[in-house]
Design a protein around this ligand. Structure first.
Ligand code: SF4
Length: 286
């Protein structure tokens, strides 16, 4: 504990890494079962990056993009499925089928940004990088900055803070990042932080200050939006074996102008093909 009553970076690291070890082992076991084809419930499988890692493992450049969109299912933001498929293609063409281990090479892959590159380099290759996802940003805002929410977008100060907390030892850095993610996902949740069970409560600036309120960054509505409309239309294409007539899309969204706008955006994003006979289908599907 430091003299100002806040937990030291070392104590924070030790408390979190040991608290997460058991949970990580359980998660790895579930992912292995899922990858091996056993029926693992998705809600049990847990964190999104681990689910996606399992799914991406199954994709190769030989699969049509439509398979990637189908595999993606209802995970949301379906453009990521196309980018993942594009990344698999580049990995096969430029890296002999091996996921590159350098952050620069990872950043050059379609759809890979700073978070994903750091996460892959850290978790797959054991390198020392600050991995800043939504949960980590919230934990660090509360713990170190005494604020309930992080800024709407990642700031240079947040990156510097996250890097300053990373263990110097490379072999501990990835475990540390998993531990902070897990703390944010399971304990320091957005709306109900479990401070009474938190291993770093004794040094948390926001907790010690009595949980002062702060404006929560705006959350995007979903009901009735173009995003929801896109999701309905894409579900029709995903669930069909081949092209569907326009009438099948008309049936799932009553607002014709919004439906036309959403369909145009799916076509522009490459998530749907307009067939010569007037039907619609997933990209590259037969
Ligand atoms: S003490 Fe509470 S607010 Fe602070 S990190 Fe733990 S769960 Fe989050």
């Amino acid at each position: 504990m430091s003299t100002d009553g806040h937990i030291s970076a070392e104590a924070f690291r030790d408390a979190l890494v040991s608290a997460s070890d058991r949970g990580c082992a359980e998660q790895e076991e579930l992912c292995a079962l899922d990858a091996a084809g056993f029926d693992v419930d998705e809600s049990t499988l847990g964190a999104m990056p681990q689910r996606l890692a399992v799914r991406s493992y199954l994709l190769t450049m030989k699969d049509p993009a439509a398979d990637a969109v189908r595999q993606w299912g209802r995970l949301g933001y379906p453009r990521r499925a196309l980018r993942l498929h594009g990344a698999a293609r580049v990995i096969c063409e430029r890296h002999r089928g091996e996921v590159p281990d350098s952050v620069d090479d990872l950043l050059a892959l379609p759809g890979v940004g700073a978070y994903t590159a750091a996460a892959v380099a850290s978790f797959a290759f054991g390198q020392r990088h600050a991995v800043l996802d939504t949960n980590v940003r919230r934990v660090l805002a509360r713990l170190a900055s005494g604020r309930p929410w992080p800024a709407p977008a990642v700031t240079a100060a947040e990156v510097a803070l996250a890097q300053s907390l990373l263990p110097a030892r490379q072999d501990l850095a990835a475990r540390w990042s998993v531990a902070v993610m897990e703390l944010g996902a399971l304990v320091c949740t957005a709306s109900r932080p479990g401070c009474e069970a938190c291993p770093v409560a004794a040094g948390c600036a926001w907790h010690l200050a009595g949980h002062p309120v702060g404006a929560r960054p705006g959350r995007q509505p979903y009901e009735g939006t173009d995003r929801q409309c896109r999701g309905r239309l894409l579900a029709v294409l995903r669930d069909a074996d081949g092209p569907v007539p326009a009438a099948s899309l008309d049936a799932v969204w009553p607002d014709a102008s919004q439906r036309a706008r959403a369909l145009a955006s799916l076509l522009a994003d490459g998530l749907a093909d307009h067939r010569p006979d007037g039907g619609y289908a997933l990209p590259d599907s037969r």
